[in-house]
Design a protein around this ligand. Structure first.
Ligand code: NDP
Length: 308
């Protein structure tokens, strides 16, 4: 069976950055890219908040840059999805694509999270053309325009207030007659004059043309349908951490995020580390994930030295 010193699972900013650091540290890392090489960022268009790109950068180009940087230092980047793990003893055993089995002395989990979408056909059609699940990433493109945010939790309130600082008008589409968000976040929304909350409303369809989103068709609890005119449609109805294959072995919180140490990226199993959105329900930013990937690789290096 193949023996790997440092196996990295996932190919977003956290995974690739871990691969850069682990290869430079001589750990000969092997990285399995998973279902979506490049991670969540590849579903957006331009990235303008990652340091080092003064003019912004196409998200796919940026992820390819980080990937090539890891390759330059010798990281072994492979296609493949980890479908099963056994963390009961070291070396750990991982099954790839339901077939090949490998052994790893350390594992860095950087499988990210996936934004939840409503599941409408029209929403999928306009993804990246006005439909976004990240206001921090894409809000800037809607300056002085009208947009909508779906959801009534803390994320939705935070994103709506952020968008309100850039946009002309922000609708919040809330399916009940109350927010789920904390009182302080609700107060921020209430005190922002250009946010209009549409209570008891669900989205029936995202409207648009070849240039992108132009509106949304909503339906009230009473059954009444109406349209709003918007250029951007932002989802903020929660995320799923991609932790399912690891959950049986590792401590996770009630939403499935992997719990990591307060001062490092260690998990509840010594030798297994986690970095990026799979352990971070709060920041969900590429730069934060990249930083966590760096930390996880340094933690793995130290672990291997201490346990040589
Ligand atoms: P939440 O699960 O807290 O809220 C999701 C919201 O989306 C709810 O209002 C929910 O409605 C709504 N929703 C879910 N599914 C649908 C659907 N199919 N159609 C319409 N609406 C839907 O997720 P968040 O991402 O807001 O927050 C996740 C965690 O992160 C929370 O613990 C939150 O407190 C925390 N957080 C904290 C922040 C902070 O402190 N600054 C900032 C951001 C997040 P309903 O209420 O009816 O279920």
């Amino acid at each position: 069976m193949e023996k790997i010193k440092c196996l990295i699972v996932g190919s977003g900013p956290a995974g690739y950055t871990a691969a850069i650091y682990a290869s430079r540290a001589g750990l000969n890392p092997v990285l399995y890219e998973g279902l979506q090489p490049g991670g969540q960022l590849t579903t957006t268009t331009k990235v303008e908040n990652f340091p080092g790109y003064p003019e912004g950068v196409d998200a796919n180009v940026m992820m390819d840059d980080i990937r090539r940087q890891a390759l330059r230092f010798g990281a072994d980047i492979r296609r493949g999805v980890v479908t099963k793990v056994d963390f009961s003893r070291r070396p750990f055993t991982l099954t790839i694509d339901g077939g090949t089995t490998v052994e790893a002395d350390t594992v860095i989990i950087a499988t990210g999270a996936a934004a939840k979408y409503l599941g409408l056909e029209s929403e999928a059609k306009f993804r990246g053309m006005g439909v976004s699940a990240c206001a921090t990433c894409d809000g800037f493109f809607y300056r002085k325009k009208d947009v909508a945010v779906v959801g009534g939790g803390d994320t939705a309130c935070e994103e709506a207030t952020y968008l309100a600082s850039l946009c002309n008008k922000v609708y919040m589409i809330v399916r009940r007659d109350v927010f789920r968000a904390s009182q302080s976040m609700q107060d921020r929304v209430k005190n922002t004059p250009n946010i209009e909350v549409l209570w008891n409303c669900q989205t029936k369809e995202v409207l648009g043309d070849e240039a992108g989103v132009t509106g949304a068709r909503l339906v009230r609890k009473t059954g009444e349908e109406f349209d709003i005119k918007i250029d951007g449609f932002f989802l903020a109805i929660g995320h799923h951490p991609n932790s399912d294959v690891f959950k049986e072995w590792l401590e996770t919180n009630e939403e499935g995020y992997i719990v990591t140490g307060p001062a490092d990226q260690s998990t509840s199993v010594p030798g297994v580390f986690a970095a990026g959105d799979v352990q971070d329900p709060r920041y969900r930013q590429a730069i934060v994930a990249a930083g966590a990937g760096c930390r996880a690789a340094m933690d793995a290096e130290k672990f291997l030295k201490d346990n040589a």
